[in-house]
Design a binder for this molecule. Sequence first.
Ligand SMILES: C[S@@+](CC[C@H](N)C(=O)[O-])C[C@H]1O[C@@H](n2cnc3c(N)ncnc32)[C@H](O)[C@@H]1O
Length: 257
Amino acid sequence: MGENDKYNTCFGGDITYTSFVGYLQDANVFNFKQNDAFNEITEHIGDLQIQHGKDMYKEICNLQMIDTKTILRLIQMNDTIGNPIKYKIHDDLFECSPNSIKYIYYGLLNIKCILHNQLNSFDFIEIGGGYGGQCIILMELFKIFNIHINKYILIDLKEVVGFQEKYITAHNLQEKCVFLPYEEYIHYHFSDNSYLLSSYALSELITPIRHEYYNNVLKYTQHGLVIWNNPNGIDLNKSYIEISHSCHNIVGSFLQF
Ligand SMILES: C[S@@+](CC[C@H](N)C(=O)[O-])C[C@H]1O[C@@H](n2cnc3c(N)ncnc32)[C@H](O)[C@@H]1O
């Protein structure tokens, strides 16, 4: 593999992480959520995201795990920092980023899996966590559901974990976090029985990098959730079930193991 191959994705061509990484390297943590290069990779904007926001809000309500006041508080946590583009999604909600709703929905799916498997005092690993929004929402959900984690380990490209550290520190939630660059994770000593989350990340990496993670990280994760969006098929090396949902036009599958 060449030095720059790590910026390529499974989609091939010019769909790469290069501009995203270049942008996050120097981005201002209090005003970064409206940039085009950034939005193409993680925040996404437009009518489809409004639809996803509506559908995911409905799924959050169906789960009956948190009340509207808590949903509003979680959205506000993620939307106060970074200046996102906001939309009216539902009468219950003030204008917000659909991505914050996504992080609450996926956060709750993880909580459900953790509670179901009665996990406590474990390391939570997130591969490819974008700017860190999923992490701050999950940290709050862990508190609400009395789940004790030892560490929240974020693995991403070095410039991206550098930014995640700034974002999560701006929320003062960095204490339990380990910011682990992809370029160095191989030397990290993972604990057995760790939990894995990867949403639109592990699945969209190029095959050799994804398989590197299978061999060096997933062998330590007994349970987890992978939001899978690789159009070439699923090669996840776990015995998983697919979570059903009623969201329209969502790319990919929700794989729980
Ligand atoms: C499409 S974004 C998904 C972000 C976030 N999980 C979300 O759902 O909003 C893909 C993420 O994978 C990260 N990524 C790219 N190469 C990676 C690698 N080799 N190891 C870990 N993460 C990587 C990107 O930097 C980005 O954070």
